[in-house]
Write a protein that binds this ligand. Structure first.
Ligand SMILES: Nc1ncnc2c1ncn2[C@@H]1O[C@H](COP(=O)(O)OP(=O)(O)OP(=O)(O)O)[C@@H](O)[C@H]1O
Ligand SMILES: CC(C)(CO)[C@@H](O)C(=O)NCCC(=O)O
Ligand SMILES: [K+]
Length: 257
């Protein structure tokens, strides 16, 4: 079985893929100081809790945080005897080479999202991922990642207001009832929620204009459902897009490696 690991700047997600479906998805915060033994303690406790009988033989990792990869490699080797495929490393093959400026390091999560979305939808896509950052990945007709946009994440924007302004509290994102807030929290939620609706709409409209062709918009990330409510921003929403992309890249490496 395959263990797929998606390590973001805020959260790390493990999913077990049996070749047909994901048996479970486990989430922890990302810390570069977490050791291989600590990963295993956490992982094995949850696998036992879910009553799963799994035999991991292969591991694939996408990490936006380079420093955590070392401990994840040790984890894979020590506990599963597996040599992981690490997206973005030269030995990891990609189904489609990105077309970007020479020397640019594309975030592995964006390459994985592009591969997952192309596998499901074919080409000419905009993938929007609401993670630590909000990323827009443009996938060409042939499946290549060809660029996009990076905006501050929704939670990061709220946190930045709280950090920078003495009178602004820590606020969780929610869809406000009205645009005109009548208290501080409602004002902050309005600014960030409706500001993001505008941000997503404007960037997607301009990408479509710039490329001059119809493009399907696929959204992922924990906050995608919040933005899909009443705001007709996306053509599809897929919670497991990054994990699916990891299985696509893993399969490609098995078949072509
Ligand atoms: N199922 C969910 N329902 C509601 N909120 C969620 C859900 N899953 C995640 N979230 C929240 O949505 C936000 C975005 O989650 P997501 O996992 O997409 O990115 P992240 O973990 O914040 O970022 P990164 O992947 O860059 O580490 C997080 O604040 C998370 O707490
Ligand atoms: C933009 C983030 C932080 C989103 O997770 C990640 O994809 C990243 O670190 N990217 C590197 C720069 C780039 O993708 O162009
Ligand atoms: K993510």
């Amino acid at each position: 079985m395959l263990l797929a690991i998606d390590c973001g700047n805020t959260n790390t997600v493990f999913s077990i893929w049996d070749g047909t479906e994901f048996l479970c998805t486990l989430r922890t915060s990302t810390h570069h100081s977490r050791t291989a033994d600590a990963y295993f303690t956490w992982y094995s406790t949850l696998v036992k809790h879910y009553g799963l009988d799994v035999d991991i033989t292969e591991v694939i990792i996408s990490s936006t945080v380079p420093r955590v990869v070392f401990n994840l490699r040790v984890f894979a080797d020590r506990f599963f005897g597996a040599r992981p495929i690490v997206v973005g490393k030269p030995e990891c093959l990609l189904p489609h080479q990105p077309r970007v400026d020479e020397g640019t390091q594309v975030g592995p999560d964006r390459l994985v999202n592009s591969a997952g979305a192309f596998d499901r939808h074919g080409g000419d896509l905009i993938v929007v991922d609401f993670g630590t950052a909000t990323t827009f990945d443009v996938v060409d007709h042939d499946g290549a990642y060809v660029g996009g946009a990076i905006a501050p994440g929704v939670n990061l924007s709220l946190e930045a207001l709280h950090m920078a302004a003495a009178a602004l509290p820590h606020v969780d994102i929610a869809k406000p009832q009205r645009v005109v807030g009548t208290n501080t929290v409602a004002c902050m939620q309005s600014g960030v929620f409706w500001g993001y609706v505008g941000l997503v709409r404007e960037i997607c409209t301009r990408i479509r204009e710039e490329r001059d062709r119809p493009m399907k918009i696929v959204a992922t990330g924990g906050l995608a459902p919040l933005f899909q409510q009443n705001a007709d921003l996306f053509d599809a929403m897929e919670e497991d897009l990054t994990m699916h992309g990891l299985t696509v890249i893993h399969r490609y490496n098995k078949e072509n490696g």
